[in-house]
Design a protein around this ligand. Structure first.
Ligand SMILES: Nc1ncnc2c1ncn2[C@@H]1O[C@H](COP(=O)(O)OP(=O)(O)O)[C@@H](O)[C@H]1O
Ligand SMILES: [Mg+2]
Length: 246
């Protein structure tokens, strides 16, 4: 046993005949920030979606705080209650106000009293720096603001770890930094984070570990300094030179 919060051991997954994850081994310690990068289609989303059981792997083991992920609905519910996820496409309820988006989970899934849920929602809206947007609908906000609402919504569930799947990829360029700034603050506050992103400035700033994936495999896994200064494989070098050109 290790004291890893998240542990993937020889994880394999297929979509039909397609071998999408090949012997994935990775650990995330409490408080650690792991950044996953790699070309489109390499399996990054599938890895993070498997960690919180939005996808089911067929071989190998995933553990969260020592407990193996299984199909037991109680285990799935407990995992999804403790692991928050932020998607590329915000996934806010369009017909609910920002405040209602934030209070829904805590009230319905956690049985929190409405007044407490509202208090918590306002606290996290403050934290993502949009306290004055509580009564708007998502469509009345910019993409950067919507993604910060999505982060606040995750925080309202008080997760033990946050997974981010390309949280800034759908944003106009001028809105990327307002979202990354919030993520940097979360990292500095000690949140355990697994972040799929190609924002290498962010990675250099916060990552404890870099993971590079290609064609369903983890090709490299190292600390950021070594990763950027001295990538070990041609595939990783090529990838980095492509994304760092922008
Ligand atoms: N539900 C699915 N059914 C079949 N193939 C899928 C499914 N989801 C993803 N894939 C395929 O698996 C591969 C990895 O996808 P994904 O994890 O989304 O990659 P990434 O996030 O690195 O772009 C891709 O080839 C993709 O087309
Ligand atoms: Mg993806």
């Amino acid at each position: 046993m290790t004291d890893a919060m998240i542990e993937l051991v020889d994880v394999n997954k297929w979509f039909g005949d397609f071998h999408v994850l090949k012997n994935i081994n990775m650990t995330v310690g409490a408080g650690e920030k792991v950044v996953i990068c790699g070309p489109s289609g390499s399996g990054k989303s599938t890895v993070v979606r498997s960690i919180n059981r939005l996808e089911e792997h067929q071989k190998g083991t995933i553990r969260f705080n020592g407990a193996e992920l299984t199909n037991d609905p109680k285990s799935v519910a407990s995992i999804q209650g403790e692991i928050g996820m932020v998607f590329q496409q915000f996934n806010l309820f369009p017909h609910l106000s920002v405040l209602e988006n934030l209070t829904l989970g805590p009230i319905k899934a956690r049985g929190l009293e409405r007044s407490k849920a509202v208090e918590r929602a306002r606290h996290y809206l403050e934290r993502v720096r949009i306290p004055d947007q509580a009564d708007k609908l998502p469509s009345q906000l910019s993409g950067g603001q919507q993604q910060r609402v999505a982060i606040a919504r995750s925080l309202c569930m008080e997760p033990k770890v946050l997974l981010f799947d390309e949280p800034t990829s759908a944003l106009d360029p001028e809105m990327i930094s307002e979202v990354l700034d919030v993520m940097v603050e979360l990292a500095q506050d000690g949140m355990t984070m697994v972040v799929v992103t190609h924002e290498m400035g962010f990675a250099r700033k916060v990552a404890d570990k870099m993971v590079f994936m290609d064609q369903g495999e983890i090709v490299e896994q190292s600390d950021p300094q070594a990763f950027f200064a001295n990538p070990q494989t041609e595939r990783c070098r090529t990838f980095l030179s492509q994304i760092l050109q922008h």
